[in-house]
Design a protein around this ligand. Sequence first.
Ligand SMILES: *[C@@H]1O[C@H](CO)[C@@H](O)[C@H](O)[C@H]1NC(C)=O
Ligand SMILES: *[C@@H]1O[C@H](CO)[C@@H](O)[C@H](O)[C@H]1NC(C)=O
Ligand SMILES: *[C@@H]1O[C@H](CO)[C@@H](O)[C@H](O)[C@H]1NC(C)=O
Length: 485
Amino acid sequence: MQMNRNPKQSSPLISIPNRWPLFILLVFTLSTTIAFILRASFGGNSCDASQYDDQFRNHMGSKYGFGGGKTENNVNDEGGIENPLSFMKSKVVLMVSHELSLSGGPLLLMELAFLLRNVNTEVVWLTNQKPNDEDEVVYSLEQRMLEKGVKVFPAKDSKAVDTALKADLVILNTAVAGKWLDAVLKENVPRVLPKVLWWIHEMRGHYFKLEYVKHLPFVAGAMIDSHTTVEYWKNRTRERLGIKMPQTYAVHLGNSKELMDVAEDAVARRVLLEHVRELLGVRKEDLLFAIINSVSRGKGQDLFLRAFHESLQIIQEKKLKVPVIHAVVVGSDMSAQTKFETELRNFVEEKKIQGRVHFVNKTLNVAPYLASIDVLVQNSQGRGECFGRITIEAMAFQIPVLGTAAGGTTEIVVNGTTGILHPAGKEGVTPLAHNIVQLAADTEKRRIMGEKGYERVKDTFLEKHMSHRISIVLKQVLQKSKSHR
Ligand SMILES: *[C@@H]1O[C@H](CO)[C@@H](O)[C@H](O)[C@H]1NC(C)=O
Ligand SMILES: *[C@@H]1O[C@H](CO)[C@@H](O)[C@H](O)[C@H]1NC(C)=O
Ligand SMILES: *[C@@H]1O[C@H](CO)[C@@H](O)[C@H](O)[C@H]1NC(C)=O
């Protein structure tokens, strides 16, 4: 269904010239990626667990392992600065994941597991809902964890209960994982709750169910990916369920070292850029405005394409001298969202902009696209993204962001400095169109916004920053749980 004007486009991004440096090979090795997947990314994903399944993530592996400290000691490679998580050494942490898949929630928890392993924390992992059959993804991810010294136990037997009782800290991941508490711990629930840190990434109404979150008021703390989402949870739990959130921390995520390595390597970027542009059949001097998200109405690809069409009209009407612009929709999946996908393609055909709009199937690996585009459009609708990791990933590649003024995006994008915000909903279409034209017409503005975005990432959204933020929460939660003994 892709608008292929060039037969090469129909091949996925896996043809790899031999001369490419090793790390690019790694970046492109998709078939075996699963075994190496190191981290999740919420990039472009709202914190809605129902969409985790169709999330497609990047951060492919590198054989050097997870981007934490490379060594087992407490010195990181920033030059002898103590790892903020080093106080977790020898602590026992039980992680409860509601499922295990290549989706945002579980991968992010794995990421934390590896950060803790880097400081010699004893980490035990339980997956509450596992497929009955042998599942290749589950197997690969578990292997990866075992290699890193994470202990993987069955979620529902007495060993799980014993571990929960002896652990210093229990991390429940996502609201849905709340189901595990009563089902497994039974009468032991009250003994475990004071040492539970509940990490929540969802922000859709159907997670506000007592069945999932009735124990929430009694845990030591909750950790949520953005301030906006914290506020939302506080409101909803109070108003809908009549319960009170525990001490709740907003903790922004950070970019992996692997992603930063590619983003900061000019040669790698250029190679990726040439490759992707050739695949898409666009010229070097053309401008690419990309939306990188699983295709669904909540992510706003429909409104983006309308805005894009409007921007083409503005350029034509005003006879503006701007480079040829293209829209790239990365995250297509005809088998999952057929109706919506068809609607998008019909729109493109109806407006006769086939030559300017490119659909790319969803992929685990977004780095090649980030290396190739000029502007990221983050068009998530409604309450927006819980965080939106793709936003900080794009900024790492010095790409300005045109984002909806909603959710986590407003905490990442500095309006007018690292990008431009437009309203969510239909009323955002025309503002977005104008913003597209504005950035298309102004090379210098794009460059400066990209640079400022990169600086912001370096100041705030790196893995080390995330480690630091999480360490503050873990310290407080540990203290609280100790006072309960
Ligand atoms: C939470 O509720 C307060 C008052 O009811 C409101 O002002 C605020 O906008 C709400 N916040 C969110 C995120 O819904
Ligand atoms: C994209 O996915 C569709 C099925 O959803 C498949 O038919 C098509 O070949 C894929 N395209 C590429 C370039 O892999
Ligand atoms: C963002 O800035 C633009 C102008 O640069 C302004 O029109 C818009 O209202 C601002 N949006 C927000 C949410 O501040």
